[in-house]
Design a protein around this ligand. Sequence first.
Ligand SMILES: C[S@@+](CC[C@H](N)C(=O)[O-])C[C@H]1O[C@@H](n2cnc3c(N)ncnc32)[C@H](O)[C@@H]1O
Length: 272
Amino acid sequence: MQALQIAVKLAKPTIGLIKNFYPATPAKLAALIQLCAVGICLAVYLFTLKISEHSIPLPACVLACALIATSFSVFTKMAVWWRYINFLFPISLWASQSLHIPTTFYLISFLLLVVIYWNTFQSQVPFYPSSVSLWKLVIKIIPKNRPIKMIDIGCGLGDLILNIAKHRPESEFSGIEIAPLPWLVSSLRALVKRSNARFAYKNYLNMSLKEYDVVFAYLSPVAMRQLWEKASQEMRPGTLLISHEFKIPLLEPYKTVKAHKEATITYVYMMR
Ligand SMILES: C[S@@+](CC[C@H](N)C(=O)[O-])C[C@H]1O[C@@H](n2cnc3c(N)ncnc32)[C@H](O)[C@@H]1O
């Protein structure tokens, strides 16, 4: 009972401390939340050890850590998926320790995640590939009566661009990617498939969108405002900005389309 009182006493100033950390990216906030949860559990563990002969069993400590981290994510109004991540993190850490997996496995997994996701913790735009139905939809949206120049800003493994380039050999297609491994894979795929699509290792924020007739983006809600600021300054009137799944805030699209009934919306903006 006393241990619980201590945990509650510590929780209040800790939430204050976490809130002072704003504005922070969710990944940094989650890391801070985990540290605070461990700190509270450790304090309660040591206190219990001091006042009684029994220590709190490790699984109970881990579960308490997970629950504290989850409630902190609720109090700090993190997005719902971060509540699950914060809950599962201490449990999976403990589970993986119990399985005695060789440490090289963690090193290799970490390096692999770094080259795939790169600075996702900052950009908040993770890699996930688009679907075949979306590629077909984009082929229908882009202008058909003339050669065009199209770019996928954040092309992942290059599927969308490679596929459209195959259907439109008279046009120029390119993709850029900020994460090294997806960029390398897309470039190699273009070579192997003898595609005329080109891929570059670039941040779209550091290049001009002026020359493109169509700019395709499948990014994240966080990126949309900045994307619009850039596109509206650089893209020519009459050109298209296609954003899959994520709408530009406070801006009515020229049209919205869906690959099929259950598909997510694709927003098409015509530049003025
Ligand atoms: C949802 S995936 C898009 C996948 C791809 N367009 C497709 O259709 O399969 C988003 C990608 O954007 C990349 N990305 C995020 N920010 C970027 C930036 N500023 N410049 C270039 N690529 C970026 C990420 O690394 C990630 O691979």
